[in-house]
Design a protein around this ligand. Sequence first.
Ligand code: GLC
Length: 401
Amino acid sequence: MAEYAYIERFKKLGFGMFVHFGLYSLIGRGEWNLFADKVEPAKYRAHSEKFLVKKTWARELAATAKAAGCRYVTLTTRHHDGFSLYDTRGLSPFDAPHSACGRDLIAEFVAACRQCGIVPLFYHTLLDWQHPDYRDNFPAYIDYLVGSIETLCKNYGKIGGFWFDGMWDKPDENWQEDRLYGTIRQYQPEAMIINNTGLDALGQTGHREIDSVTFERGKPFRVDAGDKPIAGEVCEGITDHWGYAQNDICHKSVRELLSLLLSCRVNGCNLLLNTGLKGDGSLDELEKGIFLALGKWISANRQFIYTAVPSRLQAENAVVLEDADCYYAVIKDVPMQLDSNVSRAKNAAQVTLKTDKKILSAKWLDNGKAIKVENNSFTVCPFEYGTSLALRVAKIVLSSK
Ligand code: GLC
C-alpha cells in the first residue's frame, strides 16, 4: 500500500517529544490557566506584551530532542487560549509576530528541526476559549480554523503532520472534518493527520483520513489494521501538567518512562513524551536531564526501538520485539535485592524463550558481551557493575527451524 508509506515511516519514528509552549508558559500554572483560574481575558491577552522568547530557543529544543533519541517534535502552534506561535497572516492579531518577541516562532522551530534531522509536527487546537465565533457563529469559526490550517500548510515546507485536539469540547457540532482534512491533503499529502480522542476514548478511530489513534495518558494496545494501516501514539507528560507548571514535582523516573516507551513499542505504538517550555522558550533543566538520560539508554541499546516491531514470540521475564534478522528480549523491570554489604544483588532472573527454534547467539546490547545460553534459557545476573537488572536488552539470533 504505497499510498500509506508515510504512515509506516511515522511508526518508525518511534519516539517523539511533545512540547507545550504559549503565553501560559510565562505564568507557570499549566496550559489551562486562562480557563481554570478564570483569568479575565483582557488581562490574559496582555501577557503577550511580555512574551520575549530567546533567539536560541528552537535550536536548544531541537538539539535536546535529537540527543534524547526523539525523531520528531510535536509543538503547540496554537492552544485552547487562541494564541498562535505562527504568523496568522492577518487571520488574528493574537499571534507571536504581534507579541513582544515580534517573530514567527513556527518558522524558527521548523528551521531548527530540519537542521537536526527532526521531523516537525504541528499540534493545533480545535476549540478556542477566546474567539467569539467559537461560541456564537460556528460555521464562521470553521472558516477561521480551516484558514489557519491552510496557512500552516502553505508556509513552512513539508511537515510531518497535524495533531488536533479539542473536538471533544463540542462533539455534536459540525466540524466539517472532510473540509479540514481535505485542505491538508491538498497541500501536504504525506502529513500524518491525528485527532486526539481524549481520556475517555483511548485508541478509537474516527474519520477515515485519521492516520493514527491516540492514547492520552493511557495504556497502549495494538490497533488492528483494516484496509488502511493505522499508527498509534501514547502521549504522556514527564509531570502531571502539559504546560509548564513551576510547582509540579511529580516527575516520572527514567526507568518508568523507558518501561512506558517499551510498552508502546511492543504494542506497535509511538511514545510522545511531553515537556512544557518556560516563558522565554527554554527547557526546564530537570526535564531536559530526563530526556537526555532516555537518550543515553536509547543510544547504548543501538536504537532498536525504532526498527523493531512487536513479536509473537513469548518469553518469561522479558518482552520480545523482532527485527528483520534477530529478536530483542528486554528484561522486565525486576527490582534488585541487595545483600547486606549492599554491593551484590541476591536475586537473578531467568529468561526463557518459548519457541521450538534454537538460540544460536545472544549478547547484551549495552556492552556487547556474549550471554551464556542453555536450553533456550539464560540468567540475568545482577549486578555487573555499571548496569542494572531492569530493562537490559539481549539481542538474540534464532535458528531458522
Ligand atoms: C488535553 C488537554 C490539553 C492538552 C492535551 C495534550 O486535551 O485539554 O490542554 O494539550 O490534552 O494531549
